[in-house]
Design a protein around this ligand. Structure first.
Ligand SMILES: Cc1ncc(COP(=O)(O)O)c(C=O)c1O
Length: 360
């Protein structure tokens, strides 16, 4: 396929993974059955589940104080499961309002307990990660952050994450759009979650890494399928898991392991650096967020003029560039340059930007 896929999710996958998936659609692990036909209780699939769990734990460098879960319901379901399981009715959780997803997570929590908005960048169209933190006077149960704001193209700096860690009992992080993309100490969190359809595979499964001790006291009766303890007890098989999506995540984790997290981080850095450099050097395009908080995964830029933006959208089509339009409420462009996006695709986008500028 000769496309340069900049979609924000579902997103580009490693071609090796797609080839393996293609094979497994016909014959999964020599069973003579398609991955779509195989029982989730069959030994071959149970082995996939176990290996996916072990690989994720290994790549995150987490010890056995943590459980790895593969759940349904996407990132959005975690927004309510987290406070339901972790926030007692009169306790307070701290949230950062740094974008649409961060805000949704925060709003869901308000139904279950008190929410302290530690900081918000809403007033400036979410163009940065705010530094003016108000932890409040009530001790916080946890602090929730969205490490990468997919829609706006901002990302938490590791130094800010470390600073926050020292202020709260534990952190909860939505890493949907930057998991396994950079060198981060995963062990400092109480709970990490990420929907799979960006850096981890196909839509339909969400990874949750949770430190068991934070579930010691349950704040309320919890419906079975929203209870982390139930999923832990059943090895993420309390109901039929998304067999296909778990399989693709397993293959993608293997690809990450094979490639090496360090190598992936270096490649990502190179892709982002050259794309931002092209934006900064351009006389027509400009970046949409404050440089210190630029995302290494979602690069947002615009001409600042919707006529030119529309022209550029059309202009890139012959290059095979797809999926660069910004989120519908934000406009402009968003090039998602996840782990599996080849550097060559970034080069093509930069060439198209230069050609467009020269054509004006
Ligand atoms: C950071 C972040 N969190 C959560 C979500 C929502 O995920 P889902 O659509 O799987 O519910 C997204 C989706 O784009 C996201 O980017």
């Amino acid at each position: 396929v000769n496309k340069h896929n900049f979609y924000s999710g579902p997103a580009v996958l490693p071609s090796e993974v797609l080839e393996q998936v293609q094979q497994a659609l016909v014959d999964f692990a020599g069973t003579g059955l398609s991955i779509l036909e195989v029982s989730h209780r069959s030994p071959s699939f149970v082995a996939v589940m176990d290996s996916a769990r072990a690989l994720a734990r290994d790549l995150m460098g987490l010890d056995d104080a943590y459980e790895i879960l593969w759940l349904h319901g996407g990132g959005n379901t975690q927004f309510s499961m987290i406070p339901m399981n972790l926030l007692h009715p009169h306790a307070t959780a701290g949230y950062f309002d740094t974008g649409i997803w961060a805000r949704s997570a925060m709003e869901e929590a308000q139904s279950f307990g008190q929410v302290q908005v530690i900081a918000s960048s809403r007033a400036s169209s979410y163009d940065h990660i705010p530094q003016d933190w108000d932890i409040g006077s009530t001790p916080l149960s946890y602090a929730h952050i969205t490490t990468n704001n997919t829609v706006y193209g901002t990302q938490w700096r590791l130094s800010d994450i470390d600073r926050l860690k020292s202020l709260v009992p534990y952190m909860v992080a939505d890493m949907s759009s930057d998991i396994f993309s950079r060198d981060i100490d995963y062990s400092g969190f109480g709970l990490i979650y990420a929907c799979a359809q960006k850096n981890l595979g196909a839509a339909g499964v969400t990874i949750v890494a949770i430190r068991r001790d934070i579930l010691a006291t349950m704040p309320r009766p919890i419906p079975t399928m929203s209870d982390y303890r139930v999923h832990i007890a059943h090895g993420s098989m309390r109901n039929t898991p998304s067999v296909f999506a778990v399989y693709v995540a397993y293959l993608t984790l293997q690809w990450i392991k094979r490639t090496g997290l360090d190598t992936i981080a270096i490649r990502n850095q190179r892709k982002a650096t050259k794309l931002y450099a092209a934006i900064d050097a351009s006389s027509i395009f400009k970046g949409m967020v404050q440089p210190a908080y630029r995302s290494g995964m979602n690069v947002c830029f615009t001409t600042g003029d919707s006529t030119y933006d529309t022209r550029f959208s059309d202009y890139v089509k012959p290059y095979g560039i797809i999926g660069i339009e910004g989120y519908r409420l934000v406009g402009g462009f968003r090039a998602s340059i996840y782990n599996a996006l080849p550097e060559a695709s970034v080069d093509v986008l930069i060439a198209a930007m230069l050609d467009f500028e020269a054509s004006l």
